[in-house]
Design a protein around this ligand. Structure first.
Ligand code: DLL
Length: 432
């Protein structure tokens, strides 16, 4: 049992005061020590003295994923390199990834947030938690790993893949909870069926902590009824730290600990701040981060905010299930893919012309991506072996930059549809 009653149950007005104090000292620190934030504030003529209430956050400019790319890899960091003890990275909008650094305190805050979240869904020292999120640069594996150890659970760090072996371990070690993407859990269940394992009867699995990609209430119902478990939503992004917040046992929104993060919801069209219950794009300010601060960062996820006190007793605001994004990022097998990254990779291959199309489909539980590319006229050869070699080279380049497999189809010049006006390059046929 790991929770912070003072923070998690603090009256809303008191929490706002607490957030204001944290925010004010963050802004003072950044204004005085970080060129990026200093220049941004100067550009709108705001000094730390102008921040006199939490609502004054609105005076500050937004931060975008593009900023992370422009200041790649570590120019936005606010501590000396010697204080960084971990890096993670996630897909950027083109070419380079987004790099996030952590001090020791950052890792502690992140772990603290996850430990509170796991406690809120009843995962503790009696649990054996299989972490089937990817370990490595992706934040899912290591994030859940440390959070679960903090609550005293026994961790089975399987990472993603090798599903048959995962299922054997699940049975042999009496795993009680699993953390992975919802689509991977559905895939596991399909593989279990083929192996003659009924997760409901033949394993001790009771809970699943699912996130890193959008999923719906109907997926939850399907997962729960076929596997005999309770499934909880977990949310976070690498820029925030990684996975950080979950639903509680009530499952009426994802609790956002006010001492960790301040959330605003904006109308994506007008930029106006929206009221509780209204859907818009989420903007976050991290209140405790040292290495890689985040002030008014446009995450691009669409959700709504609710400040009512939850039945569980926690007063922290809750966001509703993420229903989409205000940009064109795709999440394929739990991995973020920007069409601009695909374009960047394709356009560096001299044989490829200007036209391409991306098609995403779902086969069972697994996402598949097909990329159709038109070749330049002089590159289109009759020799099948040349074309096969070229296709394999393009697939390998894409795998290198996107970290997921895509099937490439080569097209003759002029074969792909042309559009008047904005080209439709992405066809997402998945039903969520
Ligand atoms: O996906 C961190 C994470 C790991 C979250 C494990 C949950 C579990 P990124 O790779 O930076 O970080 O991707 C962040 O994924 O902006 C959302 O668009 C999407 N996403 C994450 N969780 C959810 C969720 C991790 N529960 C991006 N529902 C975010 C819907 C989600 N989308």
């Amino acid at each position: 049992m790991y929770w912070n009653e003072k923070m998690e149950c603090m009256p809303v007005e008191e929490m706002r005061k607490f957030q204001y104090t944290g925010f004010k000292s963050l802004i003072e620190k950044l204004y005085n020590s970080n060129k990026f934030y200093h220049d941004r504030m100067k550009s709108v003529n705001v000094r730390p003295d102008d921040i006199r209430s939490l609502d004054d956050v609105r005076k500050l400019p937004f931060m975008y994923k593009q900023d992370l790319r422009d200041y790649y890899p570590t120019k936005l960091f606010n501590v000396p390199n010697t204080d960084i003890i971990r890096f993670h990275a996630s897909s950027g909008t083109s070419g380079k990834p987004t790099v996030v650094g952590y001090t020791e305190n950052d890792l502690n805050y992140w772990t603290d947030s996850l430990a509170r979240a796991l406690t809120s869904i009843g995962i503790g020292d009696k649990d054996i938690l299989q972490v089937s999120y990817g370990y490595g640069l992706f934040t899912g594996g290591l994030g859940l790993h440390y959070g679960a150890e903090k609550v005293g659970a026994s961790v089975v760090p399987t990472s993603v893949g090798n599903t048959e072996r995962q299922l054997e371990l699940m049975q042999d070690l009496d795993v009680t909870a699993i953390a992975c993407t919802p689509s991977y859990l559905i895939h596991m269940s399909d593989v279990a069926n083929k192996m003659g394992i009924d997760i409901k009867k033949d394993t001790c699995l009771k809970k699943a902590v699912l996130g890193a990609e959008p999923w719906t209430e109907s997926m939850r119902t399907k997962i729960e009824s076929t596997m005999g478990i309770r499934a909880y939503d977990i949310y976070g992004t690498s820029e925030m730290a990684g996975p950080m917040f979950t639903e509680c046992e009530e499952r009426d929104g994802i609790h956002i600990s006010g001492d960790h993060m301040y959330v605003e919801i904006l109308d994506p069209e007008t930029g106006e701040i929206l009221e509780d219950g209204e859907k818009g794009e989420m903007v976050v300010t991290m209140l405790q981060k040292e290495a890689f601060p985040l002030v008014r960062f446009k995450i691009r996820d669409i959700t709504s905010l609710n400040h009512d006190v939850c039945e569980c007793g926690r007063t922290s605001p809750r966001i509703s299930k993420i229903t989409g994004r205000s940009d064109d990022m795709l999440i394929i097998r739990g991995i973020n893919v920007f069409p601009s990254q695909i374009e960047y990779t394709l356009m560096r291959i001299p044989e490829i012309g200007n036209q391409y199309m991306i098609e995403v489909t779902r086969d069972g539980a697994l996402d598949n991506m097909r990329i159709m590319v038109e070749l330049k006229p002089d590159m289109f050869s009759d020799k099948v072996t040349d074309l096969v070699r070229l296709r394999m080279r393009i697939e390998s380049e894409l795998r290198k930059y996107l970290e997921i497999a895509a099937v490439v189809e080569l097209k003759a010049p002029g074969e792909l549809p042309r559009f008047e006006g904005k080209a439709k390059r992405v066809i997402d046929k998945r039903v969520f």
